[in-house]
Every structure is written in structure tokens, then in C-alpha cells.
Design a protein around this ligand. Structure first.
Ligand SMILES: Cc1cc2nc3c(=O)[nH]c(=O)nc-3n(C[C@H](O)[C@H](O)[C@H](O)COP(=O)(O)OP(=O)(O)OC[C@H]3O[C@@H](n4cnc5c(N)ncnc54)[C@H](O)[C@@H]3O)c2cc1C
Length: 341
């Protein structure tokens, strides 16, 4: 199933399909895992791993790939190693992989499905989340997860204590495909990619930006991130984004659109005096100012709440219903240039 068809807050049809699959798999093969969610599975139990070889050493090193999508056991249950609040409603959680050498092995822009089975319910709750750690990071996998007050899975995940486990489906959900680009003597100007995120929608956008910058075959892509948040305290992954800017000053830049600057901040000019922090929502004017004019090669990747995405891509042939042109169309982007997570 294509990732871009999924809404981050309303995973309706997708959940139905995934739930049916999970339920079927659960009945036939996985009930042991679901019933024993509190027992961390040993790697051999998980059965989701495949092996791969690292070319960086002359002696081939076998790596355990937990989300290889092979024909192994369909579920893996991972213990929570640590959890910390990073904003008033969002946690950063680290789950331990089955061995210190194991890696997630997820392709760039992928998410994973988590599953829990609420007491008394006939069906499991299945929701996707996007790791913010790299796919080759050994031993653990990190997530940034926002808590919705009546949200089933985010409430469950936020209630977990270190040592308790969460069940994952071992099959990755692949996102939009990324093809590396490089600057050559005939085409020296780098491709520019615009990344637009809102709230917890930063997770796949960050994964993509970091993946592009770590890819040694991609020397041509430059990126501008426009990140919409409610207050400046809601900027998730701020240190990580700052690191990307420091390490790749000519290729990565972030601008934060803060919709609710506090009165004190506004009076003192705090936030607004920093050119990285702009007051207000992501608007046509802001995009015109901070990202290059669209050319045929430029791409835009978007992930955020439904209202933000609708404002950007509009309705009708671009979005779903309404027919009003979105900000990106007004700026001159073609539909084929826009990729939604
Ligand atoms: C591919 C993908 C990757 C994702 N990665 C992450 C991630 O890394 N981190 C993260 O925090 N989330 C991520 N999400 C969102 C996540 O999957 C869940 O949707 C989210 O955690 C809410 O699930 P829940 O069971 O807690 O809430 P639900 O029980 O599904 O309800 C969510 C809450 O939102 C409200 N709500 C439901 N639908 C809408 C809507 N359309 N508009 C506004 N409000 C609505 C409900 O009233 C409820 O309060 C991702 C989603 C997708 C599709």
C-alpha cells in the first residue's frame, strides 16, 4: 500500500486493511506474541531477521536486519529501553533491537506498524510510526511520538515503562521513493528540495533529510525545511536539525513558522528577531521568501496535519474535494512534483 495515500491522523482504510491482516496473522501465527507482549522476544523467536553483509570490512560481517520484510515471523516484540518527554505532549522513545548488532534495515522514508490489543476489544489497534534513528544504527530504534488525549495507540505507547514491550509488524511500510542526485560538470547546480512539516509530521521529513545528507552518492541535493509549529517549544528534533545545518551549511537550512508566539516573546521580539523563526502559519508569502522559485526539477515533500496539507495542496485534482487551488499550485508547482507522506 502506498504510504502517500495515508493520512497521519486518520488512518481509516489503511487501518482496516492492516487490522484485518494483523488479525488474520495474529490468529494463525502471532497470537503467542500478542498474548505475551510483556515478554521480550529473543531474536530467534522474532524470526524477522535476515542477514546482510557489510562491505566496509574485508571480512563479511553478518548483520541482523529486523524489518527486512522477509518471510520470517510476522511480528517482533521490542522492549522499551528509555522514554523522555520532549514537549508537553510528545515523547522520544528508544526501543531495544533483539541484539546489540541488530539494525532496523528500513529503506529511506519507511515507517513501521505498531500493534496493541486493548482489553476487551475484538480487534487490535494498528498504527504506523516513523523511526528518527537511522536504519543502520545498531541495537536500538528511536521514535518521536505525540500523545493525543483520546488516541488509542499514542496513549498506550506513552503509558509504557522501560522493560515493557511493544509489538511491531516486521514488514516496513515504504514511503515515496527517493533517487539520489549528484552535481556534474554538465549539470553543476544542485537539485533543490523543499521539505514542509507540521508538528509530529517532522519524523518522515527528518528521516528523509538525514538519509539524503548521509548518502555519499548524493552530492547534488540541497534542501530547505519549513517547519510549522504552534509555539517555539514545539520544535521537535531541534538539536538534530541544528546539527544537520552545521554539518551541511550549503545543503540544508531550516525555517520555523511559529503560529502562536507568546505576547512576551512578541513584545521582546524574541523568536521574530531570529530569522529562522517566523511568526504565523506556513503561507504563500513565507514560501516565496524562503524557498527558491519552483523549476521543473524541484520537488516538495510534505507531512503534517490535514488542515496544513489541504492549505498547501488544495482540493480537486490536487487534494481531496473542494477544488480550491493550494498554495503550492499558486506558486507554480505541478502535481508530479509534490510528494505527501
Ligand atoms: C506513515 C505514517 C507515519 C507516522 N509517523 C508518526 C510518528 O513518527 N510520530 C507520531 O506521533 N505520529 C505518527 N503518525 C501518526 C500515528 O500513526 C497515529 O495516527 C497517531 O499517533 C494517532 O493515533 P492514536 O491511535 O493515538 O489516535 P486515534 O485513536 O487514531 O485518534 C487520534 C486523535 O486525533 C483525533 N483525530 C483523528 N482523526 C483526525 C483528523 N483527521 N484530524 C484531526 N484530528 C483527528 C482523534 O479525535 C483523537 O483525539 C504517522 C502516521 C502515518 C500514516
Amino acid at each position: 500500500m502506498r504510504y502517500s495515500n495515508l493520512s497521519r491522523l486518520a488512518p481509516r482504510s489503511y487501518t482496516v486493511t492492516a487490522t484485518a491482516a494483523a488479525l488474520a496473522l495474529g490468529i494463525y501465527t502471532g497470537s503467542l506474541v500478542i498474548m505475551n507482549q510483556r515478554r521480550p522476544l529473543a531474536l530467534a523467536d522474532a524470526g524477522t531477521t535476515t542477514t546482510t553483509t557489510s562491505s566496509s570490512t574485508s571480512a563479511a560481517t553478518a548483520k541482523q536486519v529486523v524489518f527486512g520484510g522477509g518471510l520470517g515471523f510476522p511480528f517482533v516484540s521490542l522492549p522499551l529501553e528509555s522514554a523522555e518527554m520532549v514537549t508537553h505532549d510528545t515523547k522520544r522513545l528508544r526501543f531495544r533491537l533483539p541484539s546489540p548488532d541488530a539494525v532496523s534495515g528500513l529503506p529511506l522514508t519507511s515507517a513501521v506498524l505498531t500493534m496493541s490489543w486493548p482489553k476487551g476489544s475484538w480487534t487490535p489497534v494498528v498504527r504506523p510510526y516513523t523511526p528518527v534513528s537511522s536504519s543502520d544504527e545498531p541495537g536500538h530504534m528511536d521514535f518521536i511520538i505525540k500523545h493525543y488525549p483520546s488516541g488509542k495507540q499514542s496513549t498506550h505507547i506513552h503509558s509504557l515503562h522501560p522493560g515493557q514491550t511493544l509489538t511491531f509488524l516486521a514488514m516496513p511500510i515504504k514511503g515515496p521513493r527517493w533517487k539520489p542526485s549528484s552535481s556534474t560538470s554538465t549539470s553543476p547546480s544542485p537539485e533543490h528540495v523543499t521539505l514542509i512539516a507540521g508538528g509530529a509530521g517532522i519524523t518522515p521529513i527528518y528521516q528523509l533529510a538525514k538519509g539524503i545528507l548521509r548518502d555519499t552518492s548524493d552530492t547534488g541535493t540541497a534542501m530547505t525545511l519549513v517547519f510549522g509549529v504552534n509555539t517555539d517549544k514545539d520544535v521537535l528534533l531541534r538539536d538534530e536539525l541544528r546539527d544537520l545545518e552545521r554539518q551541511h551549511p550549503s545543503r540544508f537550512r531550516a525555517v520555523y513558522a511559529v503560529s502562536e508566539l507568546s505576547r512576551a516573546q512578541a513584545e521582546e521580539g524574541e523568536g521574530t528577531s531570529d530569522p529562522q523563526f517566523r511568526s504565523g502559519r506556513i503561507s504563500r508569502e513565507l514560501l516565496e521568501e524562503v524557498v527558491p522559485k519552483p523549476d521543473r526539477a524541484g520537488r516538495v515533500f510534505i507531512c503534517g496535519p490535514p488542515a496544513m496539507e489541504t492549505a498547501l495542496v488544495g482540493g480537486g485534482r490536487w487534494g481531496s474535494g473542494g477544488g480550491r487551488p493550494g498554495i503550492l499550485e499558486q506558486l507554480g508547482y505541478q502535481k508530479s512534483q509534490i510528494h505527501r507522506f
